[in-house]
Design a protein around this ligand. Structure first.
Ligand code: GRF
Length: 208
């Protein structure tokens, strides 16, 4: 049997998406193992979820006014030492920089709580509600050097209910995100999706 796909996870928050990955990876049939969980927040609840099941963790804060490029280089080192095949941004609220993108080109995936290319950025759920769309959803995509602009791997949708608040809607969207994220990791592990995944620059070059 092939060695399991080595997955690094980055997060900033409660880590319910990480939990879905931990639960799925408990089944060897997924073919993936989480080798490290990192956060920009020292007290992110997601770090505790990883610690409870013995996954190595690190916290790497980026205080306001700090050297962002140096932070990115150190983040790259902290992740690279675990030799991941795939990096999953699971609610990581920082944009990675050039060092990180160069080290893991085509190997970083992210999940966004809206149907990209609509409503990119920090407040996808709020922005969709404020616009008044009737259908929204979630997107799993390959990270490139833009904001939520990389190639789309999967999407799923739901209807916004009249009684929805930002929180209730986000919770239902996260259910979609958990399922799709696990599905994408399974696809990479099984070779149904290739690594490195062609990134935007390669796609552009191929068009000419
Ligand atoms: C997800 O909706 C993700 O798309 C967004 O942050 C949320 C993370 O949720 N960027 P959790 O911390 O895993 O519960």
């Amino acid at each position: 049997m092939a060695a399991p796909l080595r997955v690094a996870v980055l997060l900033s928050g409660t880590g319910s998406l990480l939990q879905a990955l931990i639960d799925a990876a408990a089944d060897p049939g997924l073919g993936a193992t989480i080798v490290v969980v990192g956060s920009d927040r020292t007290r992110a609840q997601g770090l505790s979820r990883a610690e409870r099941v013995g996954i190595p963790t690190f916290a790497h804060p980026c205080p306001n006014g700090s050297d962002r490029a140096a932070w990115d280089v150190e983040l790259t080192r902290l992740v690279a030492e675990h030799e991941p095949d795939l990096v999953v941004s699971a609610g990581f609220m920082k944009l990675v920089g050039v060092a990180f993108l160069a080290a893991f080109a085509g190997r970083i995936i992210n999940t966004h709580p809206a149907l990209l290319p609509s409503f990119p950025g920090m407040h996808g759920v709020r922005d969709a509600l404020a616009y008044g769309v009737k259908v929204t959803g979630a997107t799993v995509f390959v990270v490139d050097d833009g904001v939520d602009s990389g190639r789309i791997l999967d999407q799923d949708s739901l209807r916004i209910e009249p009684a929805d608040t930002e929180d209730s809607l986000h919770e239902r969207i996260k259910q979609l995100e958990r399922t799709m994220l696990v599905g994408c990791v399974a696809d990479f592990a099984a070779g149904r999706l290739s690594l490195p995944y062609p990134c935007a620059q390669q796609r552009d070059a191929a068009q000419f």
